[in-house]
Design a binder for this molecule. Structure first.
Ligand code: AMP
Ligand code: ZN
Ligand code: FE
Ligand code: FE
Length: 290
């Protein structure tokens, strides 16, 4: 069983439509894939239909933008009720924050001399996304000939502290762990020791977050080196947290994140699915039984 529990479609900042993403996962030889667009569930339905069609297991999830002790932390929410009113409202607030910062980013780019950085031009590269992010602004910079690829755009303009960086609203991590659990979903911290959050997420923090409902840690992710993975695995083991691994695929938007590059053990996925069932979630794995 090959299981990849963290991927993005064009509904957020990936480059494939949800159905394309699921078909590509099947072609890559995966047995189970999760769709985890940033802050949004709009891709779930199309992805589920494709999963039924190709006979691959689909875990429906969200990668939620949160903040913990001043640092940005991404929280994977697996199998929540997508219609839970409080979760829907809070995701709406995050999505509003995404839209609200766009004009400011574009204005900063225009001030730097990129006259083509307009909302109209951004709309052309961002397509039909409802979760606009810096990667879309990066795509615009590529189109304007300012940079070669998304990565160069982040390095030169868009990373925190960069000349076109603008902060946005994100939910408190502990509050979001509670919200996800109340929505009967399973919270797993994405790339905990990747850029930005390594300093604030120590063992003591995981203990406190577990009391709020944290269920697992994404250990096998490209952002973690072998030493970090060993240490995170040790912490997860001692606390009884589930351990996942994933590609964080973004289609053509991020190099080295090919589907199935990192995977999750079947027993760990089984724990996540069982936890959602135990919480009474109306959402489960579709397309193929475990
Ligand atoms: P935002 O959602 O606007 O906060 O932008 C964060 C997104 O940008 C995340 O999904 C990352 O995967 C993506 N990202 C961060 N750094 C890079 C990079 N160097 N190259 C491409 N994508 C990146
Ligand atoms: Zn992304
Ligand atoms: Fe992330
Ligand atoms: Fe991601």
């Amino acid at each position: 069983m090959r299981i990849d529990l963290h991927t993005h479609s064009r509904v957020s900042d990936g480059t494939q439509a949800p159905a394309e993403l699921v078909r590509a996962a099947a072609t890559a030889g995966l047995d189970v894939v999760a769709i985890t667009d940033h802050d949004i569930t709009a891709g779930w339905e199309e992805a589920a239909a494709a999963a039924e069609e190709v006979g691959i297991g689909l875990v429906r999830g969200i990668e939620v933008s949160t903040r913990f002790r001043g640092s940005g932390v991404h929280l994977l929410a697996y199998l929540p009720d997508p219609d839970d009113p409080r979760l829907v409202a809070e995701l709406g607030r995050i999505l509003d924050g995404r839209e609200e910062r766009v004009p400011a980013m574009l204005a900063q780019l225009r001030a730097l001399g990129y006259d083509g950085a307009t909302e109209e031009a951004l709309a052309e590269v961002a397509g039909d996304t409802e979760a606009t992010g810096r990667p879309h602004v990066a795509d615009l910079l590529v189109r304007l000939g300012a940079v070669r690829d998304r990565n160069e755009a982040f390095v030169r303009f868009l990373s925190a502290g960069g000349p076109a960086y603008v902060d946005r609203y994100a939910t408190d991590l502990t509050e979001m762990i509670r919200l996800v659990t109340d929505a009967r979903g399973v919270p797993v911290i994405a790339h905990p020791w990747g850029r930005g959050s390594a300093d604030v997420l120590d063992r003591d923090a995981f203990v406190v977050l577990q009391e709020a409902g944290l269920f697992g840690l994404e250990v096998d992710h490209l952002d973690h080196d072998p030493q970090q993975r060993g240490r995170l695995r040790e912490i997860a083991g001692s606390l009884g947290l589930a351990v996942t691994g994933s590609s964080d695929h973004h289609g053509l938007g991020k190099t080295n994140h090919e589907l199935g590059r990192e995977t999750t053990r079947p027993d760990q996925l089984a724990r996540i699915v069982a936890r959602a069932a135990e919480l009474g979630s109306p959402t489960t794995i579709v397309g193929r039984a475990l």
